[in-house]
Design a protein around this ligand. Sequence first.
Ligand SMILES: [Zn+2]
Length: 391
Amino acid sequence: MLDILRKQLARNYQHPFYRKKFDEAGMKPENIKSLKDFQKLPFMTRDDLNAAFESERFGGFMRNDVVRVNFSPSGTGLIPILQTARDVEVMDNVNARAFERAGVSMNDVVMITFSYHIFIAGLNFHGGMERLGAKVVPLGPGSTERALEIAEMVKPTVLISNPSFALKLAGEGLDGLNSFIAAGEPFTSVEGYREKVKNAFNGATMIDYYGMAECLPIACECKYENGLHVIDDFVHVEIIDPDTGEVLEEGERGEVVVTHLNKDAMPMQRFRTGDLSMIERFECDCGKTLTMPRGVFGRTDEMYKVKGVKFYPSQLNLVLKGFPELTGKFRAIIKRTEKGTDYLEVEVEGQESVDHRKLEEAMKNALLISPNKITIVDRLEKDREVVDLRY
Ligand SMILES: [Zn+2]
């Protein structure tokens, strides 16, 4: 891995945008002899990209061999994402191999409901599936009726869509799938969501997929359903403490940082995604080891430190979705006790009949802290609210 990484970094260094990052660290590509050295390079952010695109058309990233311009939604605007012909080929190849590990073959009929224009999602899946030789139906987003009408004709065996739309289609009678590939929304990170969609499709294989416009793909599950495997021949993933930027150990929760290993136009180099996950290593039967076992469970935008642990309210959201007696609405109150310790109280909206012990256990597992008090209430005003009374 280090060899491929160093080759990519040497190529990046030829470009002023990346050279500036090396200069900031007082380094040159040849100084990078280990991952420790690599970790001295400053991060790249969406603000960096915005600044580049504001100062120059295509941010100075345009090259003669670019053949495609997609966009990434970024805060208030759009960031162009450039791909050379070779970039598209590499992306298609790594996706094809990931889909193969997911159990898809050339005999499958694949229906894709992601958008094909402006954004890259639809094309990303399409290219990989075509490379695999599968029969791809580029449906794009649209009405349920139209999707069902076409499904009736082509009898898809693989569906690629966001999980909520998949559930809707299942509810309207879509069946016969061998596998479902989920993207665009939290899936395996949501308690009980995988089982729900799996049941709706009579036990079809559930594949979670993770990528973003700036870097596609990042991780994809295999047919053994053991969690998102990092596509480690295409991207190097680090998990960092969003506060300090320190690289965290495997098993620790933090922000996902990605570095392209094989990209010509606009490669990401220690790019801060703002997504939260964790990485673990285990031997999966498919041969992959590096895994994000709990998927992507939130964004770094909102974070509180409670009892010395980082508390991400978005995680609470995912836990509550696993309990049908609860609506998902919550109010978290953080206080300080007289002794000076933190006190976390969580109010959740729903029925008193919910299994309190199971709820407590699920919260503790996800948040890594036990709330001091959990109250079930009939009604909450807001969907989610965090009240920090400590300061
Ligand atoms: Zn696997």
